[in-house]
Design a protein around this ligand. Sequence first.
Ligand code: FNR
Length: 375
Amino acid sequence: LEIYLNGLTGVLPPYSVDPAKLQEAARDLLDAGPYWYVAGSAGSGETDRANLAAFARHRIVPRMLRETTERDLTTELFGRTYPAPLALAPIGVQSIVHPHGELATARAAAALGLPAILSTAASHTLEEVAASASGPRWYQLYWPHDDEVTLSLLERARKNGYDTLVVTLDTWTLAWRPNDLDRAYLPFLRGTGLAIPLSDPAFRARLARPVEEDLDAAIMTWAPMFNGRAHTWDQLPLLRENWDGPIVLKGILHPDDARRAADAGMDGIVVSNHGGRQVDGAVAALDALPGVVASVDLPVLFDSGIRTGADIVKALALGARAVLLGRPYIWGLALGGEDGVRHVVRSLLADLDLTLGLAGFSSPADLDPSVLEAP
Ligand code: FNR
């Protein structure tokens, strides 16, 4: 209401409320390297485009003359109640677009009571991020091939109040990403510090010389430890035995993998293709969602292509319990730090609230596939 009344009375928001325009503004502001690192995707961009096209293919059939004045977006996830079915997706090295990076993102999310999922590849340590914001804390693990480093990361996360672990499975090595490769392979990343892994004491104990003396060697040690080799299902017990809270596997697209996750005692799944940044030609995440939802009795979260309130309604109608917002909040961060992230998320929540009500529904729980036009 506040956003709308401001608009009606001529008080313009400091940034556009249109996600496409925000991206254009960020493009004007950022250097090409960071801009394309965020905007780019794998291969020819086919899956990135397919993610968005899948949303355009699904359409809501609004219902009339229903009582939807009182709307309630609250959502239960893993035993906790959140104000909306939304979290901020884990996105690494955020200081490449704004010096406050993950600190700003965490503060913006905390002010709205939503989780900002902190990436293993963050540019601020998990201790710094925890100290800067009091909101719900979720930690995303890029799973190292060194159990002591893994256990050290989990212990640090636990000690700092991160209660939900999101294990990303689809990025055990970086995909073929022409936009990055054409730009001398991410030189701007060196300046960000990759604080979480490089600051970890168990990781530092593996280095011949301190990070401060030889950053290149530290990054080279980091690379094979986190990259180049996949883990396998039989290794999941290590995580299950060493994490008391909920564990959510991110990057599941096949119903059989979802069933294996449930069998392995996992608490949830994120259907995601990493925003089309890993397997180019992969199925659109939205098209994979119904099959995964039908195959397990776990909360299924969703990301890859969420841009508008209608997108969230569609993903929830197809069975997602909540969605993760990806690139759009990074454009807000680039433009205005904490304030920019808050602006993007509040605009999206306002759009969701209006779209839900105008479609004839008052809560996420009312949504099911019948809300959408039959394919
Ligand atoms: C990501 N994503 C990601 N995922 C993850 O688990 N750990 C990470 O560190 C990152 N880093 C990252 C950086 C950038 C620049 C982007 C764009 C994405 C993937 C992210 O969590 C999410 O799956 C996608 O962003 C969803 O796609 P859309 O909605 O952004 O298109």
